[in-house]
Design a protein around this ligand. Structure first.
Ligand SMILES: [Zn+2]
Length: 273
């Protein structure tokens, strides 16, 4: 049976809230990108569920101390799904939200770069866990395009060093054990305190410190809406929880109440004949 989410009371309520809000901060996680074919981490088809070595590489101490972990990591990068993935309707809806001049910031835990690819402004997107589209040196400030590094891997290099200082090169993502970028965290916290609606999308809100932006927004009086397939750590404080498909809900909710169909009244109401 095709779902008609435009009749879902929760989706209609979110649509109304987006219409009424002037300053919206959005936080996205892996769930917004699964419809682009990028697997999440710990789900049944998750990257770490299927490949425990990848989880090992995600810990900075293992990455630094073990050349074999680094070599495996670079080999995995070559065929990362993100290189061929396209943004989906969920990413595109958030571009529309920005065009409605309501978006304070688009905070994302994702490292896939799909918000940028969809057309969200670099000034709005805060990639709190970094990006796989660039590489960074662990010793100096060297940064470059990931594809340049991958060309070196294709040409036979197994373990990449920094062209400037010889230090260890790594994707510009924040691994476990690495500090987050302070200015990004401050920007995220400021966006949380400056919104009247916080929408958390496709994240279980279990990863700190970024998950703390949700209670921060609530403390300043913002409404909290959560869209996620699974229960989250913060469902109990949310004003609205939607469990439907992100790439279907967002285009409807961002489209505005004026584009919603008439409400179905096929319940108890008497239809005049
Ligand atoms: Zn360097």
């Amino acid at each position: 049976m095709p779902s008609d989410l435009s009749q879902d009371p929760n989706v209609r309520l979110l649509t109304q809230w987006i219409d009424e809000s002037e300053r919206i901060t959005v936080l996205t996680g892996a769930g917004i990108s699964t419809d682009s074919g990028i697997p999440d981490f710990r789900g049944p088809n998750g990257v770490w569920t299927k490949n425990p070595k990848a989880e090992k590489a995600s810990n900075i101490q293992n990455f630094i101390s073990d050349p074999e972990v680094r070599k495996a990591s670079w080999r995995d990068r070559l065929d990362n799904r993100a290189w061929s993935a396209d943004p989906n309707d969920g990413h595109r809806a958030l571009v529309q939200l920005e065009k409605r001049n309501k978006l304070v910031a688009l905070l994302t835990q994702n490292v896939d770069g799909l918000h940028h690819a969809a057309g969200s402004s670099a000034t709005k997107v805060v990639e709190v866990h970094g990006t796989i589209r660039e590489v960074a040196c662990l010793e100096c400030d060297y940064r470059d395009d990931m594809q340049i590094a991958l060309d070196r891997v294709r040409q036979g290099e197994e373990d990449l060093d920094c062209p400037e200082c010889g230090g260890i090169l790594k994707s510009a993502t924040i691994s476990f054990g690495q500090s987050l970028v302070q200015k990004d965290l401050l920007k995220a916290e400021a966006a949380a305190q400056n919104c009247d609606l916080m929408i958390a999308i496709g994240t279980t809100l279990a990863v700190y410190p970024i998950a703390a932006v949700v209670p921060s927004a609530q403390r300043v009086g913002a409404k909290i809406a959560i869209i996620n397939a699974e229960p989250t750590e913060m469902d109990h404080i949310a004003d609205l929880v939607i469990r439907e498909s992100i790439s279907e809900v967002l285009p409807i909710a961002v489209g505005g109440a004026s584009s919603l169909p008439e409400e179905d009244n096929n319940g108890d109401a008497e239809t005049p004949k």
